[in-house]
Design a protein. Structure first.
Length: 220
């Protein structure tokens, strides 16, 4: 049995529960079991989706790129809180949609540097590490220049998150418009209507889950 741990927050929870990620992975790889870690308050769920009532906890409950870097560094460095994470064969990491509100070119460059640091740690780990891009924001929540930067970062990751046992799932590209005034924002058919924010609707969660499966399969 191969075990994978998906570390995420709210959109990741949607991809699992509404998108059927656990079932899609099981159908594609019958020997793979997906566990996941939500906000620390929710904590860890086992391969059947049952809550274990415990969390690592993740430092600062932070799954932004800087927080993901800290998680990887804690695993590599043997931090006591990361002991459970070290038992998995595959780590799947995702930051939520606010990560794509990239307001300046300098912020985009800083984000790329953080991802590069994450990669340097990830390639040294015995586990495979699959990075899932942050999903796009809705049209009314992002300026055109922010959407353009988010598009660039997602594409840049595809060229740079490479190496032995590294995988990349570009759900941004799956979920976004590729042309027109809404380019780089969440497609209308993939968003939920109430409340009007950048969380996914069921179709979006299912599309994202389907995009993650091949990235995991490539490293298993």
């Amino acid at each position: 049995m191969t075990t994978a741990l998906f570390i995420h927050h709210s959109v990741g929870g949607q991809i699992i529960a509404q998108g059927g990620l656990r079932q899609k992975l099981s159908q594609a790889m019958s020997s793979l079991e997906l566990w996941d870690h939500h906000y620390n308050e929710v904590g860890l769920c086992d391969g059947g989706g049952s809550s274990l009532g415990t969390s690592f906890p993740i430092p600062g409950d932070n799954t932004d790129p800087g927080g993901l870097l800290a998680i990887l560094a804690g695993i590599e460095g043997g931090e006591p809180w990361a002991a459970r994470a070290r038992t998995f064969d595959v780590l799947i990491l995702k930051s939520c949609f606010p990560n794509n509100a990239i307001r300046t070119g300098a912020a985009a460059q800083s984000l790329k540097e953080t991802y590069q640091q994450m990669r340097e740690v990830a390639v040294a780990l015995p586990q495979a590490v699959v990075l899932v891009s942050s999903p796009p924001l809705v049209f009314e929540a992002t300026a055109p220049d922010q959407a353009a930067r988010a598009t660039d970062v997602a594409a840049w990751l595809g060229a740079h998150w490479t190496g032995p046992r590294l995988g990349y799932a570009n759900i941004f590209d799956t979920l976004t418009y590729h042309s027109g005034p809404a380019r780089g924002t969440l497609r209308l058919g993939y968003r939920r209507m109430r409340p009007r924010d950048s969380h996914l609707g069921m179709a979006g969660a299912q599309a994202a889950a389907s995009a993650i499966v091949p990235a995991v399969r490539a490293v298993v």
